[in-house]
Design a protein around this ligand. Structure first.
Ligand code: F0G
Length: 468
């Protein structure tokens, strides 16, 4: 059958409040054109993030009722630990309230001044935690990742030559190598098993540990199963075990492929590092058998980690995302190809070529998607990721100007995807008249969360570039 159907029935619903365009314009002014400042009740399709926004299954809700809230030694922790050990193969499981807490613990011990930590592309919280420790967060995505239109499947891969060069140049300064699966900041693109194996080999040669940022491990495994030569016949569980057998540990946000609304963990093999991490855990997160989570959350994650490996769920999720990306591409709308695992990424640099990088085409496009149809998305471009040139102190552009339409798990239906397509097409048809944005106020780190922006004057229609 060609029609994509959700492989679940809906048991509980949450109404969506409809707004009109004039109301949304006012709301945007009040939010200083920062979509993070909008109230969620003012959003029709909330694609800001796929993190913690998914729907839990009836089995997860049943597990929530089993949650045991004992301070120490809760059976809920034992179920959580068993799930993580079984799926990822790491002995030590350290619960944290979400992914960034795991990062904070890890880099608090392994980061520090004069250290360099390479990754295909650090997610913004990972980067912030590394930089907060005094270390340098280095992005080394493969060359194919530079071209958003290239159909190369594993654009999440690490540039192996750049990794070698980094380890030689910064000998003695690299405490660990990281790989993010899937590469969120780079377009939600997967990393191949072949690339992971090669990274492991390089780490072995330099005697360095490899940690995986595991947030979207199941989506990455599905894309390996579907596209990597020789992987088609393997179960997702088997692929996941092989991926993590190549690593020394991982950080995880259970808000993504844990199918939960909160939670995370750090998992690893090194006994003495685990001991030191647990000592830090108790200071900032909580006791070793709950970290920053409640017994209920531990149960929801233990169950979610198993459900996310359901092949039918993965097939539907990827088909639904591909459906949107393929239709956009057919209409010539610039979208990152191939579709990533958790989101559709519009290439705002090519969507709004009349805007310079420091007029923030990604933010301008995200704002228009909200104006047009109440769709909330997220800029992943120079507003979020611009860096200061260490020599001149001037801002340098991000690699790409993207807008991410992240799809919450099991939350929206296929008709929501059709609505999304219609909204994007409407904005595309009036793209030539879309003006840029300016920053009015912004904090020095993670500025996209709280910054205040303004619209630059609209280009008069007569001067606008013709729409081809
Ligand atoms: N690593 C990656 C690749 C992520 O995408 C995120 C979160 C984190 C780490 C941090 O996890 O939120 O639980 O602390 N990404 C969310 C997003 C926020 O919208 O992509 P967290």
């Amino acid at each position: 059958m060609k029609t994509i159907i959700e492989p679940f029935r809906i048991k509980s619903v949450e109404p969506i409040r409809m707004t009109d365009r004039a109301e949304r314009e006012t709301l945007l002014e009040q939010a200083s054109f920062n979509l993070f400042a909008l109230k969620s009740r003012d959003v029709i399709l909330d694609l800001l993030t796929d993190s913690g926004t998914g729907a839990m299954s009836s089995e997860q809700w049943a597990a929530v009722m089993r949650g045991d809230e004992s301070y120490a030694g809760s059976p809920s922790f034992q179920r959580f630990e068993a799930s993580v050990q079984e799926i990822f193969g790491f002995e030590h499981v350290i619960p944290t309230h979400q992914g960034r807490a795991a990062e904070h613990l890890l880099f608090g011990l392994l980061g520090g001044a004069h250290k360099v930590i390479p990754n295909n592309t650090h997610f913004d919280t990972t980067r912030a935690n590394i930089e907060d420790s005094g270390a340098v967060a280095l992005d080394i995505p493969c060359e194919q990742a530079m071209d958003t239109a290239s159909s190369y499947t594993f654009k999440g891969n690490v540039d192996l030559e750049a990794l070698e060069a980094c380890l030689i140049e910064h000998k003695g300064q690299v405490p660990l190598v990281m790989v993010t699966v899937t590469n969120n900041a780079g377009g939600g693109q997967p990393v191949s098993l072949e690339n992971l194996r090669a990274v492991r080999k390089i780490c072995d040669a330099h005697q360095l540990p490899l940690y995986i940022d595991a947030c979207r491990f199941a989506e990455n495994a599905y894309l390996i199963q579907q596209s990597e030569p020789g992987q088609a016949g393997r179960e997702l569980e088997e692929i996941v075990l092989e991926m993590f057998s190549l690593a020394d540990g991982c950080t995880m946000s259970a808000k993504k492929d844990g199918l939960a609304n909160i939670g995370g963990f750090l998992a690893l093999r090194d006994d003495s590092l685990a001991q030191r991490l647990r000592e830090r855990l108790v200071v900032t997160e909580g006791f070793a058998t709950y970290g920053g989570m409640s017994g209920r959350d531990l149960e929801a994650v233990a169950q979610g980690l198993r459900e996310v490996l359901d092949p039918e769920y993965q097939a539907y999720r990827h088909a639904s995302i591909r459906y949107v990306a393929d239709r956009l591409a057919l209409r010539g709308i610039p979208v990152v190809r191939p579709a990533g695992g958790h989101a559709i990424f519009l290439d705002a640099g090519r969507f709004l070529p009349q805007l310079k990088w420091n007029e923030f085409p990604g933010q301008a496009l995200a704002i228009e998607l909200y104006v047009q149809g109440g769709v909330r998305s997220c800029e992943i471009g120079s507003l979020m990721l611009a860096r200061q040139d260490p020599e001149t102190g001037q801002d340098l552009p991000a690699r790409h100007e993207l807008v991410r339409l992240a799809i919450p798990r099991r939350t929206y239906t296929q008709s929501h995807m059709d609505y999304l397509l219609e909204v994007i097409e409407e904005v595309w048809s009036r793209r030539a008249t879309i003006a840029g944005m300016e920053i009015l106020e912004a904090p020095p780190v993670l500025r996209h969360f709280t910054g205040k922006y303004g619209r630059l004057p609209v280009v008069p229609a007569a001067e606008a570039q013709p729409i081809q």
